[in-house]
Design a binder for this molecule. Structure first.
Ligand SMILES: [Zn+2]
Length: 319
């Protein structure tokens, strides 16, 4: 199986991942608008692509996940991403084509580091990090749910708690245990973390600059700031991958497998970018076959000498 090394910002090292294939892409597209299913499948897909099976989803921050899915997109589906931005003033749609390779270079300055940071008060140290958090897992229906979500968001930044020589790994605790421990942290320590850490991180991840573009309407020309809000990582992954549909992919399978006699299964296991290249080359060869004769008359019997060997050049009875 094809695999490659992907740089993980929080770990400042490469991890090996398998190639993302057409069938995994199609599955993601199929549930892209179904929140719980999409979330479940993203995690499952990520886990199946990891070479090191001892890693778990909690080992990655949302910035890591963003970089990983960006790299998967570039390597398996190609580096171009078409986005449409609607001007807030004149409502004109402006289409932009982003080269994701350039995006990685530009973002690296801001996000390519570990954000781990310790905060100490009394005899207690709290180590914070960018979380892997998905607020959508909780259903917001009451005020207490909302408070629970805010707690979840706040406490998800707390990775480790060190009291004296005792180290508690908060990250791997159950949700309720995590909340219980964090609710009992000293108030001044929590406030310091909130003011000097969470707010800054939130600013970085909720407003990642993508591209400076102006409204296509020349009389308007309003700057359209294209930014990504990584704090909702699932939505960002949707933006990255929603450039085709699961139905389109089935049509692509059908179109290529009816022209190249390899069957659906072969195409399910290639990468999406390979499938589109195969499709393009099939379409080109079909176009050539159906093209109207050019001025220069081509003697097919001359051009395809090998294929036409033994065939009668001009069947007299049909003339
Ligand atoms: Zn405009």
């Amino acid at each position: 199986m094809v695999s490659y090394n992907i740089w993980v910002p929080s770990k400042q090292k490469y991890i090996r991942m398998f190639e993302f294939n057409c069938e995994q892409y199609r599955s993601i597209l199929k549930v892209i608008d179904d929140d719980p299913e999409f979330d479940f499948l993203l995690k499952q897909t990520l886990m199946s692509l990891l070479y090191d099976k001892t890693l778990s989803i909690e080992d990655f921050t949302i910035l890591d996940l963003f970089v990983i899915f960006l790299q998967l997109k570039i390597r398996s589906c190609g580096s171009s991403l078409k986005l449409t931005s609607v001007c807030s003033k004149c409502e004109t749609q402006t289409k932009v084509n982003i080269d994701l390779n350039n995006l990685i270079e530009r973002l690296a300055v801001h996000i390519d580091r570990s954000f781990e940071k310790p905060f100490t008060a009394n005899n207690m140290t709290v180590v914070c990090d960018v979380p892997y958090v998905n607020l959508r897992e909780e259903n917001l229906s009451t005020v207490s749910d909302l408070n629970k979500n805010i707690d979840h968001y706040l406490f998800s930044f707390i990775k480790t708690l060190i009291i004296g020589d005792k180290i508690i790994d908060i990250k791997n605790l159950k949700f309720d245990e995590k909340i219980l421990i964090c609710q009992n942290l000293p108030f001044n320590l929590l406030n310091e973390i909130k003011d000097n850490y969470i707010e800054q991180i939130h600013e970085i991840v909720s407003n990642l600059f993508i591209l400076d573009v102006k409204c296509k309407n020349e009389t308007c020309g309003t700057p359209l700031n294209l930014n990504l809000d990584i704090s909702n990582i699932n939505d960002v992954i949707r933006v990255l991958f929603r450039d085709t549909s699961s139905l389109n992919m089935i049509m692509d399978y059908a179109s290529v497998s009816s022209n190249i006699h390899l069957g659906f299964d072969f195409f399910k296991n290639v990468s999406p970018v390979e499938l589109s290249l195969i499709k393009k080359s099939v379409e080109e060869s079909l176009k050539e076959e159906n093209a109207p004769p050019s001025n220069e008359s081509i003697d097919l019997f001359e051009k395809y000498r090998l294929e036409t060997a033994g065939m009668v050049e001009t069947p007299s009875e049909f003339r």
